[in-house]
Design a protein around this ligand. Structure first.
Ligand SMILES: NC(=O)c1ccc[n+]([C@@H]2O[C@H](COP(=O)([O-])OP(=O)(O)OC[C@H]3O[C@@H](n4cnc5c(N)ncnc54)[C@H](OP(=O)(O)O)[C@@H]3O)[C@@H](O)[C@H]2O)c1
Length: 330
């Protein structure tokens, strides 16, 4: 099977790339070649997808069984993809987001039939618009789309709500005894999924004609409270986290940039029913519990000093919220 990833060296797509290659898939990446990623066996097409001529040149004459666009966020991105791949692909994957599901949820168990409606987060609204455009292309012209909606998926990034999911900032705070923010009272329910688990469900959909025109989420079945998530992170980091519980309403008042992330997503209890992906990919089940997965993530950071980047802006925002709340920082 010949597969193209637009992106490929990203947080989720690297794990998916490794699994695809291990299953004998002929894998191509189209990206700018800026991101460091050690994935032997992948064939690289270097182009900026936002430069249509560059992308067309890189793809010249190629046909693929599967194309996955990992970095489509707007309807314009989808129009570009339709123009690039119409008639040249047997199955096109759009990576949406589980944040597109109804917020606040009227029913806490999410299936693929849960309405797509997020009045708060522009990112999710744009993903919904992308889905609708692709489904129209499927209905009107038979464009072979499969939609996948990841929820919070981790390694090598961290599955956290506040504290910099793509850096070592939160771990550094925990290890040095500084306070971290937990939204609400930490008792709302959430699901985090290891990227290697996600990969097994995802690659299982490649070449599956029955999946065309369909949408899926792919998550762990392990349901945790946010308190448990931060406690397990602390356990893996070898230090007790100093958790400060702050109402989401207060957080977004003093840090409006958190509005979509919290009120449009992580402030609400969410449980995923994974029956559909297990039906289409019978050998899929998420097998990595968070206690184990987060240890692997920390080991990844510990293996190379340059990975333990501290994000000053994230620290400043956390300190700003904590100070406004009246918490001492030291
Ligand atoms: N992680 C989660 O919890 C989560 C949850 C819901 C949805 N999602 C969705 O998952 C997707 C992200 O996947 P990911 O984590 O694998 O990606 P990512 O970490 O954002 O990686 C971005 C990839 O795209 C490439 N890239 C960036 N700009 C480019 C450009 N202009 N032209 C060509 N290539 C470019 C990068 O390589 P170069 O920089 O070298 O070009 C890299 O390979 C998004 O659609 C996101 O909405 C993620």
């Amino acid at each position: 099977m010949k597969v193209l990833f637009i992106g490929g060296s990203g947080f989720i797509s690297t794990a998916v790339s490794r699994l695809a290659l291990s299953r004998g898939i002929e894998l191509f990446w189209l990206n700018r070649g800026q991101r460091k990623a050690d994935v032997p066996g992948v064939q690289r097409l270097v182009a900026d997808i936002h430069q249509p001529d560059e992308a067309r040149r890189a793809l010249d004459g190629q046909r693929f069984d599967v194309v996955v666009d990992w970095i489509a966020f707007t309807e314009d991105d989808i129009e570009r993809d339709l123009a690039l791949f119409r008639g040249r692909v047997a199955q096109f994957f759009f990576i949406s987001s589980a944040s597109a599901y109804q917020k606040p949820p009227r029913f806490p168990v999410i299936t693929e039939s849960t309405p797509l409606y997020n009045p708060v987060w522009k990112y999710s609204q744009d993903k919904i618009a992308c889905e609708l455009r692709l489904l129209r292309a499927y209905r009107d012209e038979g464009f072979p789309v499969t939609i996948v909606r990841p929820s919070l998926t981790y390694e090598p990034n961290f599955p956290i709500a506040i504290g910099g999911w793509d850096s070592y900032t939160l771990i550094d705070r925990i290890k040095t005894g500084r306070p971290i923010i937990v939204h609400g009272d930490g008792s709302s329910l959430w699901v985090v999924t290891h990227s290697a688990d996600f990969a097994r469900g995802f690659v299982g959909l490649f070449g599956n004609e029955q999946a065309i025109g369909q949408a899926f989420h792919i998550t762990s079945d392990e349901v945790l409270t946010w308190n448990q998530i931060y406690e397990l992170i602390g356990e893996a980091a070898g230090a007790q986290p100093r958790m400060v519980h702050i109402a989401s309403d207060f957080i977004v008042r003093v840090a409006p940039s958190q509005t979509g992330n919290l009120l449009g997503d992580k402030a609400w209890s969410t449980i995923f029913d994974n029956t559909k992906i297990k039906t289409f990919v019978p050998d899929f089940h998420a097998s990595i519990p968070f206690r184990e997965g987060i240890r692997r993530t920390l080991a990844w950071f510990d293996a190379d000093d340059s990975r333990r980047r501290i994000d000053a802006a994230v620290n400043a925002e956390m300190d700003h919220i904590l100070t406004a709340y009246g918490e001492r920082l030291g």
